[in-house]
Design a protein around this ligand. Structure first.
Ligand SMILES: *Cc1c(COP(=O)(O)O)cnc(C)c1O
Length: 396
């Protein structure tokens, strides 16, 4: 019976390859860091990880993870509400809430699950979810799992959001949902305006802080810090898989009753395994570091400012950003792939993105800065960009 679908899959896979959309995996044989070793034995500088604070190979987090293996074991073999909750799970949930200035937190195996499980327990067909067009796939899937009316507004477009809020006035509850930082441009939505509109049109606000937590705002508290709206966002989702150590794990943090209801009804929480103790303990250590020093955030901000300023001076077309994501615009899809390949020859690992990941004719290289980068790393990347830019006719 497999033969029929096998032929079908083989054909589809060939089509994906022909369209140039086939995703290959590059094999890394070292820990995740500013400098990584790839399978060929070469070392390259990594500018495409979400390792914003450089914590992925942090010795203190590794130590905390190892300690928890001895004190709390390896796995939980249970969901949270049966026998998968340890003291450290509760402690980490408290740390997340303290960090964001929220009331309570619920942990998930990933932010994909946090977003997948946040809408359906709270909203019914009587309600409205008003979602930014560029929101992450996990938000889109979460919304699909819920019967609420869906409204989509143009990316960070407040006039369009207001239109949708007006259209949704007859629904019982309304919630505006947005990413804190959009991963392809690195832009943030105008959160202060979103909160104003939410007040005017009686809506809740939810922000997914995956690319913004640890990164934006002076102390890395995310967009609620950047826009000075702490306490005015009802639901925040985020990941431990990016700036916060890069391992795995997600969370939803916010109003007490909302979190309480998620513990009762959120399906990825009720029907999926509890986070492993080593990751939980390293997470606690990470928030302890965050609450005692802003050294890493400061370094990340310095690195981002330095890199952006130099690249603009040299003549690259850089999208304005408020995050640690720097989109170097090349517009042409093939050029973006050739450029990335040549940069890898020069020891710089970046990814070129093109349609359908970004709009047609807006191909680019996305550079992700990190506190793990030293100035010499940045300078090496900048000279490689300059060299390849001249070679491929992007710079004069
Ligand atoms: C990465 C990301 C997620 C998924 O987070 P995981 O913890 O890796 O599942 C969700 N939302 C946004 C905006 C992201 O960037």
């Amino acid at each position: 019976m497999y033969g029929k679908i096998k032929d079908h899959l083989t054909r589809e896979l060939a089509e994906i390859k022909e369209a140039g959309l086939y995703k290959e995996e590059r094999i890394i044989v070292s820990p995740q860091n500013a400098e990584i070793r790839i399978e060929t034995g070469e070392s390259v500088l990594n500018f495409c990880a979400n390792n914003y604070l450089g914590l992925s190979a942090n010795p203190e987090l590794i130590k905390a993870a190892k300690e928890a293996l001895d004190t709390h074991g390896y796995g939980m073999s249970s969901v949270r509400f049966i026998c998968g909750t340890q003291d450290i799970h509760k402690k980490l949930e408290r740390k997340v809430a303290d960090f964001f200035g929220t009331e309570d937190t619920i942990l998930y195996a990933a932010c994909f699950d946090a977003n997948g499980g946040v809408f359906e327990p709270l909203f019914t067909a009587d309600d409205a979810i008003i979602s930014d067009a560029l929101n992450h796939a996990s938000i889109i899937d979460g919304v699909r799992l819920c019967k609420a009316q869906r409204y989509r507004y143009k990316n960070a477009d407040m006039a369009d959001l207001e239109e949708k809020l007006k259209e949704a006035q007859s629904q019982r509850f309304r919630i505006i949902v947005t990413d804190g930082v959009f991963s392809m441009d690195g832009n943030t939505p105008p959160m202060d305006k979103i909160v104003e509109l939410a007040e005017k049109y009686d809506a809740l606000v939810m922000v997914d802080e995956c690319h913004s937590a640890g990164v934006v705002g002076k102390t890395g508290r995310g967009v609620t810090e950047l826009f000075d709206i702490r306490g005015k966002v009802d639901i925040i989702t985020g990941t431990l898989g990016k700036a916060f150590g890069g391992a795995i794990g997600g969370f939803t943090t916010g109003k007490k009753e909302i979190i309480e209801m998620l513990r009762q009804r959120s399906r990825p929480y009720l029907f999926s395994n509890s986070l492993l103790p080593s990751v939980v303990n390293a997470g606690i250590r990470m928030f302890d570091i965050m609450s005692t020093t802003t050294e890493l955030q400061d370094k990340l901000h310095r690195n981002t400012d330095y890199f952006m300023a130099r690249m603009k001076e040299i003549g690259f077309d850089i999208k304005p950003t408020q995050s640690a994501i720097c989109a170097v615009m090349l517009y042409d899809a093939k050029l973006s792939q050739d450029f990335a390949r040549r940069l890898l020859d020069e020891g710089i690992y970046v990814i070129g993105f093109y349609y359908p990941v970004v709009p047609k004719g807006e191909a680019r290289i996305r550079v992700q800065l990190s506190a793990a980068h030293e100035t010499e790393h940045l300078d090496k990347a900048i000279s490689a960009f300059t060299k390849v830019g001249k070679e491929l006719g992007v710079l004069e």
